[in-house]
Design a protein around this ligand. Structure first.
Ligand code: ACO
Length: 326
């Protein structure tokens, strides 16, 4: 049986850092409010001329080196993003160009915070059909470029960054062991970038009203996030024929420390086995999980035989859970 394994990882966080103190000088907020409500202390932000694909390229170079492959061995590029360089071409297309890789299929996945896990599920399916043998999968977001810097309800939550993995095929007893994904468009309005698409093309009015920025009903999103993160985690564990005790490391999407706390209680995963970096990164949407995954590998938290659980929830709504054995 062919399975999909992670051959290498890499990540990139832009140099610029915004602390809670920096935000308190710009909008009516405080370090205390942000820390207790979200767990975030600081987040990185891109410069004006730095794009989402630039960050993928930086993360990918490290992942390619870590995997010990040549860039031209890659036969498919998938990028999870909702803040790509352009509406089109896809960010994946720019990545292929910037990495100087021969013409191979490349595209984006717009599943918000679930973009990386959705991409991994698609990559796994394509590996099994033989359509691809070495896949570059990334999650990358310039969230600070699609948020309203004057809206305290959202601006303090997000950060920029990118994570990338090189995926390969194996017949050994490791790799992606279970996948679970779902979406419910009925709740799409609760977290939305209203303008810039065919529903509301760009106009002077949409720009003035900042309708190209993230609009979120935080409270409602929070309630659904707690439920769906639990569902995604428990389903992925069950589909892998494992129990919570078998999970060696849990990487949840990093949206809010209180959502993570509620998820691990319900999924019966101890805090010591949970990777939390939201304090340093904020919510990086599709980049949160691959950046944390790279951190986990660099810190030696994933050893041969380790079971990694990842779970996400994001705009759409979309949610997903995956177990990978190392
Ligand atoms: N500083 C100070 N006060 C604030 C701030 C701020 N930055 N932001 C909001 N407030 C105020 C509100 O105005 C409100 O004031 P009021 O009571 O006078 O009206 C009060 O704080 C409480 O607001 P709530 O929205 O009830 O606060 P809550 O405890 O729900 O926390 C938060 C807000 C952090 C946004 C939370 O709801 C959350 O994390 N939601 C889920 C986010 C998420 O998971 N998103 C999904 C992924 S993102 C993606 O897919 C792109």
């Amino acid at each position: 049986m062919i399975r999909t394994e992670i051959l290498g990882t890499g990540s990139y966080l832009p140099e610029g850092v915004l602390t809670n103190g920096d935000w308190a000088e710009r909008v009516d907020t405080s370090d205390e409010w942000i820390t207790t409500r979200t767990g975030i202390k600081e987040r990185h932000f891109t410069t004006e001329d730095q794009t989402t694909s630039d960050m993928v390229v930086e993360a990918s170079k490290k992942a390619i080196e870590d995997a010990g492959i040549m860039p031209d061995e890659i036969d498919l590029i998938i990028v999870g993003t909702i803040s790509g360089d352009n509406a089109y071409p896809s960010t994946g297309n720019w990545v292929q160009k910037k990495l100087g890789i021969r013409p191979i299929p490349s595209f984006d996945i717009g599943a918000a915070c679930s973009g990386f896990l959705y991409g991994l599920i698609m990559a796994d399916a394509l590996m099994k059909t033989g359509a691809a043998k070495k896949i570059l999968l990334a999650g990358s977001e310039s969230m600070t470029k699609i948020m309203n810097w004057e809206d305290r309800n959202t601006c303090v939550l997000f950060g920029d960054g990118a994570g990338a993995v090189i995926l390969g095929q194996t017949e050994a007893d490791r790799g992606v062991m279970s996948t679970y994904w779902a979406a419910d468009g009925n709740l799409g309005d609760l977290l939305i970038q209203p303008a810039g698409g065919s529903a509301m093309p760009a106009s002077r009015e949409t720009v003035e009203k900042k309708l190209h920025a993230i609009h979120m009903n935080g409270n409602e999103v929070f309630k659904h996030a707690v439920k769906k993160m639990q569902e995604a985690s428990l389903m992925a564990i069950e589909l892998a024929n494992l129990s919570s005790e078998d999970i060696d490391l849990f990487i949840p999407h990093q949206a809010n420390i209180r959502i993570i706390d509620a998820t691990i209680k319900r999924a019966r995963i101890p805090l010591e086995k949970t990777l939390i970096n939201i304090d340093k990164t904020g919510n990086m949407s599709s980049a949160s999980i691959p950046v944390a995954l790279d951190q986990a590998r660099k810190e030696g938290r994933l050893k041969p035989g380790s079971h990694l659980l990842m779970a996400s929830f994001g705009a759409g709504f979309t949610w997903a859970g995956i177990v990978v054995k190392f």
